[in-house]
Design a protein around this ligand. Structure first.
Ligand code: FAD
Length: 421
């Protein structure tokens, strides 16, 4: 398992690669003379905090973080809370460290980006920037499933911070009452591909412990668990550990949901349920499209994470539209990298990667926990030759194991500390 020391070392190397890189940065961020450059970061999640920590360490820029939530909640590992194995507080942190670093924190939601005027707007204020870092995460494509929007409160997705509570309540009711708990899996790209399978496994473990009668029906739009290298060990774990609790159906497209009759209509027929966790397809929030920064996801350049539409705007995390997996580890690393790039640009030290130069991209570690004591590690390394699509290499545990389960918890604590410790 990669430790934070190696994340820092890699980031340094990446920073050096970046320092020998990038003319697309060239005309970014012309800053008014006599004032400190203003960097606005939108979103205090994994990517936003990576940028804030890198920028704040320099003491050279005015940083504003705009985030509507009072604090941070991790999606990674929060299945332990959803399935009833840990309290929510284990996955929550305050923004106290950000405040102590002298970052101006605005508890609000950005509604508009005025790119021509280099200003972001909330309901009550306009905030100017020289550089804008967007790490807004995702929204759900509710229109993909007719019947969903009218009943969204009954079917929380729980793939964004703080939404876990609604899914936890739903899982707790199912575990008490029993029945048919439908969990859907969309086609990629969606946030953390192993997460729906992990959710099914941990709730199934709880079913066994509590003697819950019924089953989890995992309705997968894909041919096998995602990402593809995870399929074999995840299918083996589901079959061997939860053969009586999980019914796995693949290559099924949900067509509509009837909340009143409690029926999910699919390409393979109707599936009646008592409880449902509908994990919808995902896209970047509307703010990104409204600002003309992309369609389903933001269009960015690699390795810089700079918008293809605006050289003063960077998009990191799950809202960006490259083939990189939608992972918190990558989001945090990309945020750090962009923070360092902005500092290098301001210092006049940022240089372009030549066409064909191979540049290392932020790496990812995702965890597919299959029980409280076993997990499958998915390690992702990526690089890009400027002008080409990124090359992405997966390394996946051949089977669920105890070392990766411990590694997951250590990784979580290290990442949360790097963000907010
Ligand atoms: C169940 C689950 C398990 C996961 N496990 C792993 C794992 O093992 N490893 C891993 O690397 N990743 C994992 N992930 C993925 C990880 O959580 C995401 O990739 C990561 O959160 C992406 O970071 P982000 O900054 O793009 O978005 P987020 O962390 O979601 O942050 C976005 C922030 O932007 C704020 N925001 C949104 N819109 C606005 C606006 N208009 N104005 C102001 N603020 C706004 C939101 O409030 C939010 O705080 C998992 C995800 C899930 C759901």
């Amino acid at each position: 398992m990669e430790d934070i020391g190696s994340i820092k070392r890699r980031t340094l190397l990446k920073g050096m690669a970046a320092a020998t890189a990038v003319s697309v940065m060239g005309c970014a961020g012309q800053v008014a003379t006599g004032s400190r450059p203003r960097v606005v970061v939108v979103g205090g999640g994994w990517g936003g905090l990576g940028a804030v920590r890198a920028l704040a360490a320099s003491g050279q820029v005015d940083i504003t973080l705009i985030e509507p939530n009072d604090g941070f909640m991790s999606c990674p590992l929060s299945i332990l809370y959803i399935a009833g194995f840990a309290p929510a507080s284990d996955f929550q942190r305050s923004y106290g460290v950000v405040d102590a670093l002298g970052v101006r924190r605005v508890k609000d939601r950005v509604l508009d980006i005025d790119r021509a005027g280099r200003t972001v707007k909330t309901a009550t204020q306009s905030i100017p920037y020289d550089f804008l870092v967007l790490s807004t995460g995702l929204e759900y494509m509710e229109e993909a499933l007719p019947g969903y929007a009218a009943a969204r409160d009954q079917f929380p997705v729980g793939f964004r911070a703080f939404e876990q509570s609604a899914v936890q309540r739903q899982a707790a009711t199912f575990l008490e009452q029993g029945g048919n708990f439908v969990i859907t899996v969309p086609k990629p790209p969606y946030r953390c591909p192993p997460a729906p399978y992990e959710r099914a496994c941990l709730i199934a473990q709880r079913m066994k412990e509590k003697g819950t009668k019924g089953k989890i029906i995992l309705v997968d739009a894909n041919k096998h668990p995602m990402p593809p290298p995870l399929a074999k060990p995840m299918l083996a774990a589901m079959k061997e550990m939860y053969g009586a609790q999980i019914e796995y159906i693949s290559e099924v497209d949900p067509k509509s949901i009837d909340a009143g009759r409690k029926v999910l209509a699919t390409s393979k027929g109707d599936i009646p349920f008592t409880h449902a966790n509908i994990i919808l397809p995902m896209r970047a929030p509307g703010l990104i499209r409204k600002a003309g920064l992309g369609e389903r996801f933001a269009a960015i350049e690699l390795p810089t994470f700079q918008s293809k539409k605006d050289k003063n705007v960077f998009v990191v995390g799950d809202a960006q539209g490259t083939p990189l997996p939608k992972s918190g580890h990558i989001a945090f690393g990309a945020g750090q990298q962009v923070g360092e790039q902005i500092l290098a640009t301001i210092a006049g030290k940022y240089k372009e990667a030549g066409l064909g130069d191979e540049v290392t991209l932020p790496a990812a570690i995702c965890w597919g926990k299959v029980s409280t004591s076993l997990a499958i590690m998915i390690n992702v390394n990526a690089s890009v030759a400027v002008g080409d699509p990124p090359k992405i290499k997966y390394q996946v545990d051949p089977a669920a194991n105890a070392a990766s389960s411990k590694g997951a918890m250590d990784w979580g604590r290290n990442m949360w500390n790097a963000m907010l410790g």
